[in-house]
Design a protein around this ligand. Structure first.
Ligand SMILES: Cc1ncc(COP(=O)(O)O)c(C=O)c1O
Length: 399
């Protein structure tokens, strides 16, 4: 059989073959708007007293936004410190050149990990005398004080010294000569409750417990020690929760932690999720779409196949419950969301083509889709949606 050769003028050799050469917007991506982070931090900081510092919480890769980019813009907005969850997250930021204080909010309990933390100038959270002792030995060995924050449990029942025993334990901790107590903190369990401003709410009870403890150990007037209790919701409750530092995540990313948020704030989301149309097909009336064929077309239907799925962090239980935006119009997603693709009903549209970009989260014209809509529909919280986006989605910085 004779093989026909076509004489294309295309130069096949010029096309790249490396992963680094692939356009980050080739399929689906997260746009990170650093300027919004900067503006949000500046706005939130304007609610704090002058002597109150802002710790930007950038754990879980900056709530899915890219911790390095978030940190850079948070500092521009006036943040003075960073909070991460893990040793690795801290080291990654240090290696990227960040020199400002970094607190590891999770627990390090092995000597080895605490040494690594020390060597990278990362402050660990300390919840026991045992951990204090290890840090003291490390400081002694290296001839330099080990900077750390002590955590007290006032009602979260997670990390931290037991509240009732802390006053006594603090006396012992003060005797360790090779540690430097840079901060004392606690964490609120229910600051986003609707009743959080009531004097008997758990947030208020935690605050009072914490305040009493600080008075008992006589650190209230010690300005060298950072005292912190408030997350986003706590910070937005009122100044009683601020002490001399707040630890803010969610609001810095542009979202409200509760409905009754300070109405004078106008936070702007910094994350957009975008995807390209990979294929278009037309199906007849009565045809099933995707696994299980649970969605059946009730008319001749034009479908756009989007290159994104649950392997990118889109909850599968959102199947058939969300919309996608293009050019100020909403289009319903139909059929089960699959690992790598999802289908959208674009019947009636002539402008959506293969290669068109659609918005899954973010805004286009006056249409807005918030990750909060997704959280409500998939019965979870906003934080989980943001942290679920996987590394398969490139983070693209936009100013
Ligand atoms: C210890 C600690 N502090 C602060 C934060 C920030 O919370 P938010 O994102 O609600 O501001 C978190 C987040 O989970 C946390 O675990």
């Amino acid at each position: 059989m004779q093989i026909r050769r076509t004489n294309h003028s295309l130069n096949f050799e010029k096309y790249p073959t490396f992963e680094k050469d692939i356009d980050p917007k080739q399929r689906a991506w997260i746009e990170v708007r650093g300027k919004e982070i900067e503006k949000n931090v500046r706005q939130l900081r304007s609610k704090l007293s002058e002597n109150c510092q802002f710790m930007a919480v950038v754990k879980a890769d900056g709530y899915g936004h890219d911790a390095k980019v978030v940190s850079e813009y948070a500092f521009k907005g006036g943040a003075s410190q960073l909070g991460v969850a893990t040793l690795k997250e801290g080291i990654k930021l240090r290696s990227s050149g960040i020199e400002k204080p970094i607190l590891i909010l999770g627990n390090l309990y092995l000597k080895r990990d605490l040494i690594i933390s020390f060597k990278n100038d990362l402050m660990p959270t300390i919840s026991s005398i045992r951990e204090c002792l290890i840090c003291n030995n490390i400081g002694k060995h290296f001839g330099r004080k080990f900077s750390l924050h002590l955590k007290v449990d006032t009602g979260m029942s997670r990390l931290g010294f037991e509240c009732n025993k802390f006053v006594q334990q603090f006396e012992k901790i003060k005797s360790f000569e090779n540690i430097s107590i840079e901060g004392i903190y606690s964490h609120l369990s229910s600051a986003d409750d609707n009743d959080a401003l009531d004097p008997s709410s758990s947030a208020q009870l935690q605050r009072k417990k914490f305040q009493k403890l600080l008075e008992q150990i006589n650190v209230v007037k010690n300005h060298n020690i950072k005292i912190h209790l408030a997350n986003s919701a706590g910070m937005l409750l009122n100044k009683d929760f601020h002490f001399n530092m707040v630890r803010v995540g969610l609001s810095m990313y542009g979202y409200s932690p509760q409905e009754k948020i300070d109405k004078n704030l106008s936070l702007e989301p910094a994350l957009f999720l975008k995807v390209k149309v990979a294929f278009i097909r037309i199906i007849d009336k009565g045809v099933g779409v995707s696994y299980g064929g649970k969605f059946v077309s009730n008319r001749k239907t034009k479908l756009a196949v989007l290159s994104i799925g649950y392997a990118d962090g889109i909850p599968r239980n959102l199947s058939g419950k969300i919309n996608v935006i293009h050019n100020n119009k909403l289009y319903p997603q139909v059929g089960s969301i699959t690992m790598d693709q999802m289908m959208v009903d674009i019947t009636g549209s002539n402008e959506i083509k293969v290669g068109t970009t659609m918005v899954l989260i973010g805004s286009d014209g006056d249409k807005i889709i918030s990750p909060l809509d997704w959280a409500r529909k998939s019965n979870t919280i906003l934080w989980e949606i943001l942290c679920s986006f996987t590394n398969r989605l490139p983070r693209v910085q936009v100013d």
